[in-house]
Design a protein around this ligand. Structure first.
Ligand code: ATP
Ligand code: MG
Length: 582
């Protein structure tokens, strides 16, 4: 816990609609996954994520409601109702079947965020395939590595990205078909490739979804690669009940929402919460093809009247860097709920959000492996800045000691664990069952993160197993040090590592980037050091602070501390397939 950040209790009685979750303890007490399933649809006892997300709505009152509100990179807008979404995904499913794609085959999608990306993913699910989205910014090697590991049989891509596939195609014998979404770019399709439009355009709008059961494979998602080689976490159709329920209670999705998840589907947040949670809840999802710019993002919220916004700490820190006067120039009054995931959300960011948007930013925690939100700050619950909130009802999240016993005492650090199973739990790391098995021990799933729990059950992130620093017998959370560093007006972002030391075992070393208008001067560095010592004490305060131009981050925006450390020590950089390069 970082001192000096009082609880923020929002008066939700002033909101037009009451939050779906009004009393966390009561819902936790009465929780039943069967009740959540009862709000979905299980035709013949079968479950298919595409049925729950698309067809179910196309067949009810939502048929003419906009499902996809697409904002292109050049700001043109296209909309697709749930009925149109059903037709488009049926066409893709028919096309895949014509190509002989069978249940359980891996269909990769490598595309910018265009509507066809969404049609392809859900079409693949309808065909019973395992859909696996990739970051469009990946180079040939990361694409090859992932497709090879999963033995993918189809890649759906665009002309712009095709050269990357062609560069490695001869090394991927499992690939039978490359489908190219060429019509948007107006490019001809080379011989040997399949034109999306020619097979999807002419396909029937009717399709009978492949008979998939709750335990049939649905999605394969590669982890972010923050700590090492990305792992291919495989999920089953059963996960949809978690996406639905967390969308409803953790993100507070309500029927009239215009919901915007800023994550790319190359990162699990862009599928679980860019696709499955909003569509299973039947809301309108804004999909932005463009990239980050603070001004553009505020414009989008204003233009489309976004009500619920799900983003990441790295984006929030960049918004902070762009200044507080910028959001004031836009009408952001439609925003009702803001939340964040992916990295610890610095308390300063929560407080900043409360000033800039007149509401706190709600942090929540989960992983590719957990498939859905495991612990969250809910709309009706006071926010404790720096905390990830409380466990999702129906999920048992805990903090355990080295023996695997739950720690009852408040604010004692231990391993952050989840009691298996839960509906969206991953079912394997593809082709790496041994690693999968190693994550389960003594009746717990070990997340690989460390945390503390306070007397009211709020969970506080400490760090990843590999990142926690041991200095002179003290365990130091890099997140706490980073959070204190960014409190300083000159600091935009910070990454903190333990540098090996003969005497102290490790010493704390910080890398920071500066806000515009600040340059590295001896005075500034003295001030920064003083601020850290005052806030953290001399044992925990960084021994060394270094200013750098950019922090190495994953494509999902996570600070890669292992890379800072490898570079510091002159060691090999390891897997950098997910490193953001610009
Ligand atoms: P890899 O497993 O390949 O190293 P990764 O763990 O970053 O990459 P993801 O599954 O995208 O891959 O991220 C999950 C991790 O992100 C969590 O285990 C945690 O370390 C971090 N994380 C996610 N949300 C939060 C949060 N709200 N607060 C703190 N950390 C978070
Ligand atoms: Mg991980």
């Amino acid at each position: 816990m970082i001192e000096g950040y009082p609880e923020i209790a929002r008066d939700v009685s002033t909101l037009k609609q009451a939050p779906n979750l009004s009393d966390w303890a009561a819902l936790r007490e009465s929780w039943s996954w069967d009740d959540a399933w009862a709000e979905l649809d299980l035709p013949d006892g079968l479950v298919n994520m595409a049925h729950e997300c698309v067809d179910r709505h196309a067949e009810n009152v939502n048929a003419d409601k906009v499902a996809i509100l697409w904002n292109g990179a050049d700001n043109q807008v296209e909309t697709y109702t749930y009925a149109q979404f059903k037709a488009q995904t049926n066409k893709v499913a028919n096309a895949l079947k014509t190509l002989g794609v069978e249940k359980g085959e891996r269909v990769f999608v490598l595309s910018d965020r265009i509507p066809e990306l969404y049609f392809s993913c859900f079409g693949a699910l309808k065909a019973g395939a395992i859909m696996a989205p990739l970051f469009s910014a990946f180079g040939p090697e990361p694409i090859k590595e992932r497709v090879a590991r999963a033995e993918g049989s189809v890649i759906i891509t665009t002309p712009k990205l095709l050269p990357k596939v062609n560069a490695i195609r001869s090394e991927l014998p499992s690939i039978r078909h490359v489908i190219v979404i060429a019509h948007r770019e107006g490019k001809p399709v080379a011989e040997g490739d399949i034109d999306y439009q020619s097979i999807v355009g002419s396909a029937s709008e009717e399709f009978e979804i492949e008979r998939t059961g709750p335990e049939d494979w649905s999605v394969m998602h590669f982890t972010s690669g923050t700590t090492g080689l990305p792992k291919g976490a495989a999920h089953v159709h059963n996960a949809i009940v978690s996406h639905y329920a967390t969308g409803k209670y953790a993100l507070d999705l309500q029927p009239d929402d215009i919901y915007w998840c800023t994550a790319d589907p190359g990162w699990v947040t862009g599928t679980s919460y860019g696709m499955f949670a909003p569509f299973s809840n039947g809301v309108t999802a804004l999909i932005d093809e463009g990239g980050f710019s603070a001004r553009r993002w505020y414009e989008l919220i204003q233009k489309h009247g976004v009500t619920v916004w799900y983003t990441a700490p790295t984006a929030i820190r960049l918004l902070m860097k762009a200044g507080e006067s910028l959001p004031a120039q836009f009408d952001l009054s439609t925003l009702r709920f803001i939340s964040s995931v992916g990295e610890p959300l610095n308390p300063e960011a929560v407080v900043w959000g409360n000033r800039a948007f007149d509401q706190p930013i709600h942090d929540n925690w989960w992983q590719t492996e957990t498939g859905s939100i495991m612990c969250a700050n809910y709309a009706a619950m006071p926010v404790r800045p720096g905390s990830m909130g409380r466990p999702f009802p129906g999920v048992h999240v805990s903090v355990v000691d080295d023996e695997g016993n739950e720690i009852a005492e408040p604010m004692v650090e231990g391993a952050l664990v989840v009691r298996p199973p839960w509906p969206s739990m991953f079912r394997t790391y593809w082709n790496d069952q041994e690693r999968y098995d190693s994550r389960f021990k003594g009746g717990w799933y070990y997340s690989g993160d460390r945390a503390k729990r306070d007397e009211d059950g709020y969970i506080w992130f400490v760090g990843r197993d590999d990142d926690v620093i041991n200095t002179a017998g003290h365990l130091v959370s890099p997140f706490e040090v980073e959070s204190v560093l960014i409190e300083h007006e000159a600091v935009a972002e910070a990454g903190v590592i333990g540098r090996p030391d003969d005497v102290a075992m490790e010493v704390v070393k910080a890398f920071v980037t500066l806000n515009e208008g600040y340059t590295e001067t001896p005075d500034l560095m003295r001030a920064l050091n003083r601020h850290c010592r005052e806030r953290l004490g001399s044992t925990v305060a960084p021994r060394e602070i270094v200013v750098i131009d950019i922090l190495p981050k994953t494509r999902s925006g996570k600070i890669m501390r292992r890379l800072l450390k490898a570079r510091e020590l002159g060691l090999p950089e390891g897997d950098i397939s997910t490193l953001e390069e610009d």
